[in-house]
Structures are given as C-alpha cells and as structure tokens.
Write a protein that binds this ligand. Structure first.
Ligand code: C5P
Length: 411
C-alpha cells in the first residue's frame, strides 16, 4: 500500500535547512514528500537539495512545471494528504490568514482541502507582534495545527521565543495530522497526571544539579493521553520541547516543587505517570547570590536525597493507577521489577539507557512495561510517540485485568 503523501512548503527563513531533516525523517516513517518553495526560501536552500532528497521536482513558480497539461497546484493538492509549512515565515502565515495566492506555494494552500500544519520560525519580537498573533489565532480557529516555536538562540544571535521546533517534534506533529482513521477515545472521562523532564536543583542562581532528560517521553505520554480523550495535567521540569496541544501544563523547577504539584493533583487523577527524571540529590544549603570561584582547585558540596515523589503518591492511597519509570544501564528487568515492588506502584516502564541510542536525549526508546500482576509488554525500538500509545494500552490492559481479578476475589 502506498504511504501517506505530504506537501511540504518551505518558506524564507534561516531555519529552511532544518526542513531537509524533516523530509528525511518523514521518509523514514514511510511518508512520500513533495516540496514546494517560496522564492525567498530558495535564497537559503537550493530547490535542487529538496529535489534530490524528495525524489520529486520542486516547484517555486506555477510556470515551472514540465507537464502544463494539468494545472500543477490543483494536481499537487489532489494528490496529497496533508499541507505542511516548515518553516513558516511571518509573511507566509499572513498570506495564509488572508487567503492571498500570489505564488505557487500560497496558491497550493488555497487549492488544498485537507489538514494543514504550520511550524513557524521567526525573531521573537516578530512572533510576539500583534499582527502575527492575530494571524496565528485565525489559522488556529480554522483548525490549522500550529507547531509552537521554541525558545533559544535566533538568527539575530539574540535569545528568544521563535526558533523552529526541532525536526523530530515537527515530524511527530505531522504524523499525528496524517492519522485519518478515527482514533478510539479509550481515555474519555478520565484524568491523567503526568510528570516529565529533569529537575534543576540549584546550588546558586547560576549552577544546578540535574541530568540529561529532555522530557520527550513524558510529553509523548501526555500528548497520547490527550488524543485518547483524557483530561491531562503535565507537571514539567525545565525543558525546551514543544508543548502538547490540549494539555494543561504546570511548570516547575526543582524536586520539591514537582512533589507539591504532583501531590496536589493526584487526588483527582485516575492514572498518574511519573516519567520525570527527578534529580536524586539536591544541595543542602543553596544560596541566593552567585558564588564566586575561590582560588582553590577543588570544592565540596553537601547534598541530600530529594523526596521520593512516587513513594509519597503511593502512600496517598486510593484506587488510581500509579506508573513509574526505571531508567537502567544494565540488568534492566530485574532492577525494574525490584523497583516496582519497592515503590509499590502498579506498572513500571523499564527503560534501557544507552548513550545516543535509546533513553535520554534521543527520539527513540526501547522499553519493557512490567506490572504488579506479572504482566510484561516489550515495546520498541520505536519513536517515543509510538511507545507512549503502547504504555497507555498496557495501563488500560492492567486496569482491566485488575478489575477482573478483584471481581473474582469478591465472588
Ligand atoms: O529510584 P529511581 O529514581 O530509579 O526511580 C525512578 C522512578 O521514581 C521514576 O518514575 C521517577 O519519576 C520516580 N522518582 C520520584 N522521586 C524521586 C526520584 C525518582 O518520584 N526523587
């Protein structure tokens, strides 16, 4: 069966080169990509690059097509399943909002009737400009999926909000747009609480104790739960990744703040997933002024254990399903099983951490989902977005078996 087909419009932005990686990654996921570019985009990356990557002719003008017997924008629009603009400049977003069609890409937009996605990239003051805000709101109201830009260094060298979302995040968002079969809302009416990301334990205002977690796995679980119809609260440590749509985000910095938020929101939750990589230690006596480097070559700090949030949530009791993560570099299942028993949770997602391959800082993961009834579901290697759905399936499977087991006991 042929894979889904995406029309990728590349507009003029320094981030245009990142669209090359988006094309490659979409192809890795079985998607056929056709690229159209604005004239300005061609100043950043040559159409030839995208032609070589996509294996298709790249159109900039409606008059470039070699097959004039059919109007190209109509043909391309008919032959595609999604229209995605990556990166989207402020100018192109404005044209989309107004329905201006003065080049091939903007004409294609009007000729296309299916799902549309826009991944903006621009300087932060442009992104904050009321004209851009209004245009983006207009597109959102029309059902266009906006892949929110992230904060970081911009083309100008300044720091701010406006960087194109990272290619793997853009690809995940496009893959979601492409899912056309109605998805079963298996979590409708349920409340899901997820923690994600690292925590930052400050020594002083500029120095922290932390770990390399990006938050991607927890964000993927939150996004999947929202898509399956749950009310989702995501308690997030410091991260730089795209916020999932339709999820309430509570931002925290350190383990103590995460503990407080998780405890506050647990009572109302049916399912709690502790995907955060909480720092195990924190400085005993953080200071509020920047510490000056002393002349000494070495320094020592007293650190103490952070509160174990998962154990505290378990002590709160209740019938909710409690899910933990165990990141290990060896003896994966034995250690995870031991942790499942010790922490008293219902499921433990055992996660092999192998630098650059699976676990922290990468987009793929390989896990084994263990539960306290002896269940064992291996998953991956697969994108974290897919693993998230498998984790939720395993949680629902566990809840069903638990219901049956307790009914049998009662009977
Ligand atoms: O003991 P370990 O840190 O490996 O356990 C991992 C699990 O425990 C994860 O689900 C993590 O979110 C949770 N955890 C916690 N509080 C801590 C440390 C870890 O809830 N202080």
């Amino acid at each position: 069966m042929p894979g889904p087909r995406v029309l990728l419009v590349v507009t003029g932005s320094i981030a245009a080169y990142k669209a090359c990686e988006v094309v490659r990654r979409l192809q890795d996921r079985g998607v056929e990509v056709r690229v159209a570019m604005t004239r300005n985009a061609g100043e950043f990356v040559s159409p030839l690059t995208f032609a070589a990557l996509s294996g298709h002719r790249v159109l900039v003008s409606s008059f470039d097509d070699e097959r004039p017997e059919r109007i190209p924008h109509v043909r391309w629009a008919e032959e595609s399943d999604a229209f995605c603009v990556v990166p989207a400049s402020a100018d192109f977003i404005a044209k989309m909002a107004l329905g201006i069609a003065d080049d091939f890409s903007s004409t294609l937009h009007l000729a296309f009737a299916g799902p549309v996605l826009v991944a903006p990239a621009m300087e932060d003051q442009m992104w904050r400009h009321p004209a851009v805000r209004e245009n983006v709101d207009k597109l959102s109201a029309r059902g266009v999926v906006i892949v929110q830009p992230t904060a970081g260094p911009l083309a100008s060298g300044r720091h701010g909000l406006g960087r194109l979302a990272e290619p793997p995040d853009v690809v995940d968002a496009i893959m979601e747009v492409l899912v056309t079969e109605p998805i079963e809302r298996s979590l409708a009416g349920m409340r899901v609480l997820v923690s994600a990301g690292p925590t930052h334990e400050h020594f002083d205002p500029v120095r922290v104790l932390t770990n390399p977690s990006t938050g991607k796995m927890g964000y993927a679980v939150a996004r999947a739960a929202a898509r399956l119809g749950a009310d989702v609260i995501l308690v997030s440590g410091p991260t730089q990744i795209v916020e999932p749509a339709g999820v309430e985000i509570v931002r925290v910095v350190n383990a103590e703040e995460m503990r407080r938020e998780m405890v506050d929101h647990t009572a109302a939750a049916d399912i709690v997933v502790m995907a955060a990589a909480v720092s195990d230690f924190r400085p005993v006596a953080p200071v509020s002024e920047k510490l000056q480097k002393s002349a000494a070559d070495a320094m020592s700090w007293e650190v103490e254990r952070t509160p174990d949030i998962l154990e505290e949530l378990r002590r709160l009791g209740g019938r909710r399903t409690l899910v933990g993560f165990a990141a290990e570099t060896s003896d994966l299942e034995a250690r995870a099983r031991e942790k499942l028993d010790r922490k008293g949770c219902d499921l433990m997602v055992a996660n092999l951490v192998e630098a650059g391959v699976t676990g922290f800082e990468v987009d793929t993961n390989e896990v084994v989902i263990l539960d306290r009834l002896g269940g064992r579901v291996p998953a991956g290697p697969a994108p974290k977005s897919d693993i998230a759905f498998t984790i939720i399936d395993a949680i629902l499977g566990f809840r069903q078996r638990l219901g049956v087991a307790s009914r049998e006991k009662a009977g």
